[in-house]
Ligand binder design. Structure first.
Ligand SMILES: Nc1ncnc2c1ncn2[C@@H]1O[C@H](COP(=O)(O)OP(=O)(O)OP(=O)(O)O)[C@@H](O)[C@H]1O
Ligand SMILES: [Mg+2]
Length: 219
């Protein structure tokens, strides 16, 4: 899918102050894998949330394959997200009243592919936590549950916000290998955020983000 944003703006207002976190960004994602880097607080998550249609821009447009998805009605956006977007959240966003298996399957519309489910939970080594609730497992286990939840629906766009932030070096490497091998197999667009310089070189395009603008990109 071709992803493009046009004059994208996102501001947060508090009292009399306005913080411009995405400042008139024009960008066309080239290639299938892009990584976003930048200092903490620079706006990476905010930018990713806009692309994932999770928050509304103050102005500007988002296009997927030249269709302006930011103009869709809320209902149409929800359907689009359900059918196309996998999101690995920086803070996992798991639901504590459900066990991990239920959390993962929440990402699936219709009948889940249990063979794929088994493959993913084995690969990410979370078979032993499937019956537990998120508040009973470690941060790294939560992160891996969140990764499977995003992958299980076979998204056409995978947004990954520091997907290995809670993982050790070896597991991080395995997770990135999985995201890239599935990318090759299913062809999704992968847009990921990281602070890990070793990871950056895996991606076709690199965006350096600062104070609401893209400083430069390498493609
Ligand atoms: N809902 C919100 N309301 C008000 N301000 C917000 C909101 N969300 C984010 N911000 C502010 O916007 C700025 C960018 O936040 P964002 O989470 O996008 O940064 P980030 O680059 O992802 O940082 P990190 O690397 O720490 O995850 C920060 O100053 C943050 O405090
Ligand atoms: Mg962030």
């Amino acid at each position: 899918m071709e992803i493009r944003v046009e004059n994208l703006v996102k501001e947060f207002k508090s009292f009399d102050k306005t913080l411009v976190v995405v400042n008139k960004i024009n960008y066309k994602f080239i290639g299938k894998t892009t990584v976003i880097t930048g200092a903490s607080g620079s706006g990476k998550t905010t930018f990713l949330d806009l692309i994932g249609l999770l928050s509304k821009p103050n102005s500007g447009k988002i296009f997927f394959d030249n269709v302006c998805v930011s103009d869709f009605s809320s209902k149409k956006q929800r359907d689009f997200i359900r059918d196309n977007i996998g999101y690995i959240f920086q803070s996992y966003n798991l639901i504590d009243s459900l066990d991990c298996r239920e959390n993962i399957l929440l990402g699936v519309h219709g009948k889940p592919d249990m063979e794929f489910f088994d493959k993913l939970v084995k690969k990410l080594d979370i078979v032993g936590v499937l019956d537990k609730r998120p508040n009973q497992i470690s941060g790294g286990q939560k992160q891996r549950v969140a990764i499977v939840r995003a992958l299980i629906k076979r998204p056409s766009i995978l947004l990954a916000d520091e997907p290995t932030g809670a993982l050790d070096e070896k597991t991080s490497k395995e997770v990135m290998e999985l995201l890239f091998s599935l990318q090759k197999e299913y062809g999704y667009n992968l847009i990921s955020v990281t602070h890990d310089l070793d990871q950056v070189k895996l991606f076709e395009s690199v965006i350096r983000y600062k104070d609401g603008v893209i400083l430069d990109d390498k493609q």
